[in-house]
Design a protein. Structure first.
Length: 319
């Protein structure tokens, strides 16, 4: 089994068709078919289901696919790292993040590294947590920066917490509740809400804050998975939302949104890094991890957010 055969196999699975795959990787279809058959013979299993409509991986093929992608991606990382050594500052970072954590540390850390290494490029993708995990396992991304699930089950991945934060009730500064800076739980039911529905359990967590106190929860006027829409709607109308502070960090610092002290039980989350256990990280990714560790050690998100509550003046040292 060689690198070329793995590249051919991944291309065929991703395209679902021998001819399209052959054109993409610039080989003839007979040569591609011969390569796949040689790989199957070497492994002693059938990797592909073949039909007039195309090809699909067998159970053996699906198992090989994750390993093949990881091998190819790790090989490319090795080439990038060696090129970075010989040429000076090259390479590529591939990072996935969840919307809840992207706003406060990640941009600064990435920009500092990219600006210090002119030939380094970065590919940043934003997806839900459950979509980032298979990308991390296959090597499509090297690092995920996300809000952790309550009980991370993946033994092949390392979860390294950076921040612990508490969900906040937020609105625009001229919302009727903003001047007071706080509201009781019953009063919150009388206002219009927009909910960010990532993760999907978010709406359930929100509702139980009211039902546990014997109140009918407010029905959100809008639920959305778009951070941009959520922020735009909050700026344009008298809506409330219930979000982790990292989602609206810049807006809270700039006071275009404010946090209300809501009389409801808190939702506490941990957020941080997820990466493959026992993996050799590209030098740029290791540099990013170290920088994020350093920044988080100096960065208390809950304290920062408390300073931006509506109706209160921030005290203590300046940010």
């Amino acid at each position: 089994m060689d690198h070329r055969q793995l590249k051919h196999f991944v291309a065929v699975v991703e395209h679902g068709n021998m001819l399209r795959a052959a054109k993409t990787i610039h080989v003839t279809q007979p040569a591609l078919s011969k390569s796949i058959r040689a790989l199957e013979t070497h492994l002693g299993v059938r990797l592909l289901n073949r039909s007039p409509r195309g090809v699909s991986p067998t159970v053996y093929g699906r198992q090989l696919l994750t390993h093949a992608k990881l091998i190819l991606n790790q090989t490319r990382h090795a080439e990038d790292d060696l090129r970075a050594i010989t040429e000076g500052t090259g390479g590529q970072m591939r990072i996935g993040f969840g919307a809840h954590i992207a706003g406060f540390m990640l941009p600064d850390a990435i920009l500092q590294i990219v600006e210090a290494r002119p030939n380094l490029t970065a590919q940043i993708v934003s997806k839900p947590f459950d979509e980032l995990l298979p990308m991390l396992r296959s090597g499509e991304i090297d690092l995920a920066i996300v809000v952790f699930p309550p009980d991370p089950p993946e033994e092949d991945l390392v979860y390294e917490p950076l921040v612990v934060n508490e969900f906040r009730t937020v609105c625009r500064p001229d919302h009727p509740l903003a001047a007071r800076g706080k509201a009781g739980l019953r009063e919150l039911t009388e206002h219009k809400w927009i909910l960010f529905d990532r993760p999907k359990a978010m709406e359930t967590l929100f509702q139980t804050r009211f039902t546990d106190e014997g109140l009918e929860p407010p029905r959100p006027v809008i639920t959305t998975s778009s951070v941009h829409f959520l922020k735009a709607a909050l700026h344009r109308g008298d809506y409330l939302s219930f979000v982790p502070p990292g989602l609206v960090y810049d807006e809270l610092q700039q006071k275009s949104l404010v946090s209300i002290e809501a009389d409801m039980p808190p939702i506490i989350t941990r957020a941080g890094l997820v990466y493959r256990a026992d993996d050799i990280q590209p030098t740029s990714i290791q540099e990013l991890i170290d920088k994020l560790r350093h920044m988080s050690a100096e960065f208390d998100l809950s304290v920062k957010m408390n300073k931006t509550r509506a109706g209160k003046t921030a005290k203590g040292h300046e940010q």
